[in-house]
Design a protein around this ligand. Structure first.
Ligand SMILES: Nc1ncnc2c1ncn2[C@@H]1O[C@H](COP(=O)(O)OP(=O)(O)O)[C@@H](O)[C@H]1O
Ligand SMILES: [Mg+2]
Length: 396
C-alpha cells in the first residue's frame, strides 16, 4: 500500500532512529527532520503537503507536543501519529490532548509500524469520505453451536436483499461452514487468496468471492483445516480494509475463541454482535465473552447481544437472563424447526421462511447495521475514544 504517492512527514527527536520507519515504508521516500528543522519555515512548508505527520521522541518533550498541535492546527483533517519510547508518565494523554490521532509505543518492528500508520491513514480517509467506508460487523460467540454462523449468514442475506452491498468473511478458518449454510460451492477460498502472492487490491479480492443468490458475496473458509495456518493477521487486516472500502457492510463470522485472527477482526469492526443461547452454561460463557470484550475496550453496552433459542423453556426467565448478563439482549431469536431444514438446503431462513419470527428477528438486526452504515458511523474507532484506550493498553 505504500509507495503510491504517499507523502509522510516525520519529525524525530535526535535519539530516535528512523530505521524502523523506513523499513515500514520501503517504497515511500520519507522526509525525516529533527525537531528544530521541523519547526522552521521550510519544515512548516513541507508539512503543509503531507498526508500523514509522524512525531517521534523518547523523552517526554514539550517540543513534541508543540509540533503535534501545530500540525493539527495547520490541517485538522490530516492524521498525526506520535511514536513514544519513554516511560508512561502522562505524556501519551497530553499528546492526545494536543491533537494526536494515534500513539505508538516504541520499539516496534517495521511491520508493526506500517500497520499502525496505514490504519491511521485509512481511518482518516474513511472519515473524510463522509462514511463511504463500510461498516464491519464481527459476529462472536463463546461456544460452538450458539448460532453465530446462522446469524452472520442471515443478516448478510437480509442486508443484500434490502439493497445493501454486503460481503461475508468466514474466519472460522478450520471448520467454517458459511459456504454450506448459503449453499455455495467453495471454488476459491480465503486460503487461495492468502497464497496467491503479489499485492492485494479490490479487484483481486473480488475474484476470490463466491456470490449468493441474495446478492451477498462471501470469502469462504479454507477447504481443509491445515490450510488455516496460511491466513495471517497481517493479510487479514489488509483484506478487511479492502472489503470495507468496497462494500457497505462487511460481516465476519468467527470460531468460538479469541484467536489472533478474531482479535484483528474485532479491532477493525465498528460493530460487534455477540450470539448467546438460552441455557445456563451458554449464558455463563456469554458473560465471560462480554467481560473479555469489555477488557479489550468494548463496553458491553456497545455490543449487540443476540439471544438465540430465546423461547426455549429451560427454566430461565428473561429477568434471570438480564440479571446474569447485566443487560438486556437486543435481539431474541426463537427456536424454529425450519432453521436446520433451511441450513440443510443451503438457504438462509430469511430466504426460506421470510415470515417466520426468526427471519423477522434477523431482518431487524440487519436493518440496524444498514442504518449504522447509512449514518456514516461505520468507523472502527468511534469518537468516544474506545479505540484509543485499546491502543494505549496494547502498546504500553
Ligand atoms: N434458533 C434456532 N432454531 C433451530 N435450530 C437452530 C437455531 N439456532 C441454531 N440452530 C441449529 O444449531 C446449529 C448450529 O448453529 P450455528 O449457527 O452453526 O452455530 P455456530 O456458528 O455458533 O457454531 C445450526 O446448524 C442449526 O441447525
Ligand atoms: Mg459457526
Amino acid at each position: 500500500m505504500s509507495g503510491n504517492g504517499l507523502n509522510i512527514f516525520v519529525a524525530l527527536e535526535e535519539t530516535v532512529d528512523a530505521g524502523s520507519l523506513r523499513a515500514a515504508f520501503p517504497a515511500t521516500p520519507l522526509q525525516v527532520l529533527r525537531f528544530d528543522e521541523a519547526r522552521n519555515e521550510r519544515g512548516t512548508a513541507l508539512q503543509e503537503t503531507a498526508d500523514l505527520v509522524v512525531v517521534g521522541c523518547i523523552d517526554a518533550r514539550d517540543e513534541a507536543l508543540d509540533l503535534v498541535s501545530a500540525a493539527t492546527r495547520q490541517r485538522p483533517d490530516r492524521p498525526v501519529v506520535v511514536l513514544y519510547g519513554g516511560s508512561p508518565n502522562g505524556f501519551l494523554e497530553r499528546a492526545f490532548e494536543a491533537g494526536a490521532d494515534d500513539l505508538i509505543t516504541l520499539p516496534q518492528s517495521g511491520t508493526e509500524l506500517a500497520f499502525a500508520l496505514e490504519k491511521a491513514l485509512a481511518r482518516r480517509r474513511g472519515a473524510s469520505a463522509g462514511g463511504s467506508t463500510g461498516t464491519m460487523v464481527t459476529v462472536l460467540g463463546p461456544k460452538g453451536g450458539t448460532g453465530k454462523t446462522l446469524t452472520a449468514c442471515n443478516i448478510g442475506a437480509a442486508l443484500a436483499l434490502g439493497g445493501t452491498s454486503t460481503v461475508l468473511v468466514d474466519l472460522d478458518l478450520q471448520f467454517g461452514d458459511v459456504g454450506l449454510a448459503l449453499g455455495l460451492r467453495p471454488e476459491k477460498t480465503i486460503y487461495d487468496l492468502a497464497v496467491a502472492g503479489g499485492s492485494l487490491d479490490g479487484e483481486k479480492v473480488d475474484g476470490f468471492l463466491a456470490e449468493h443468490s441474495s446478492g451477498a458475496r462471501a470469502l469462504l473458509a479454507p477447504m481443509r483445516p491445515d490450510q488455516a495456518a496460511a491466513v495471517g493477521t497481517a493479510f487479514l487486516r489488509e483484506v478487511f480494509e479492502i472489503l470495507r472500502a468496497r462494500y457497505e457492510v462487511v460481516i465476519v463470522d468467527t470460531p468460538p475463541a479469541f484467536t489472533p485472527e478474531v482479535i484483528a477482526a474485532v479491532d477493525g469492526s465498528a460493530e460487534l454482535c455477540v450470539v448467546g443461547m438460552l441455557d445456563a452454561l451458554s449464558l455463563k460463557d456469554t458473560k465471560v465473552g462480554l467481560e473479555t470484550l469489555e477488557q479489550m475496550g468494548y463496553p458491553s453496552a456497545d455490543v449487540t447481544l443476540v439471544l438465540n433459542r430465546a423461547d426455549t423453556d429451560v427454566g430461565i426467565s428473561q429477568a434471570d437472563v438480564e440479571q446474569l448478563l447485566g443487560r438486556k439482549p437486543d435481539v431474541l431469536v426463537p427456536s424454529d424447526r425450519a432453521i436446520p431444514r433451511a441450513i440443510t438446503d443451503g438457504r438462509p431462513i430469511v430466504v426460506a421462511e421470510p415470515r417466520s419470527n426468526a427471519a423477522k428477528a434477523f431482518t431487524a438486526l440487519a436493518r440496524r447495521y444498514a442504518a449504522v452504515g447509512a449514518n456514516g458511523a461505520g468507523e472502527p474507532t468511534p469518537a468516544n475514544g474506545r479505540g484509543r484506550r485499546r491502543r494505549l493498553r496494547r502498546g504500553g
